[in-house]
Design a protein around this ligand. Sequence first.
Ligand code: FES
Length: 160
Amino acid sequence: MTMTPAPFRPRLQAVGTVDAPFEPMLQADELPLGAMRRVTRGELDILLVHTEMGVFATEDRCPHMSAPLSIGELDGCVVACPLHEGRFDLSTGETVQMPTTGGIDADGAYWPTWSPAGRDPKVDPPGKKAEARRLTRVRRLRFYPVRISDGRIEVALPRD
Ligand code: FES
């Protein structure tokens, strides 16, 4: 299978990456199909994912509370966060499953705190912590342009 970049969605392009220079991240054979890897450049942690659709590059930060998605689980194009069970679709940038802490999704709809099936819904305690949970916004993923060049995975990163 030849490695290719995944289809790119300019609407969800990371800030500062239009006309940004491409930088080498990994050798192509370091990211087999189904693998996720973190690559760090300065203060930026990039998540590289090799799916049947191609290679995606996003920030290695969950759109909920910034946990590293690279140590989560990958199922097709859906990555599951290791912290609050949020699931995010790399092929669309959308939330598939709201994190267990609840919050506001990318379109502004409120999702309550998750409760196990068959149990009464959890009630958030009053106070700042509950308010912070309620107002925490789950963003869409942001994507970095990817290219495969001379057997290397390269990603366009914002200039300093
Ligand atoms: S940090 Fe990922 S679901 Fe909360």
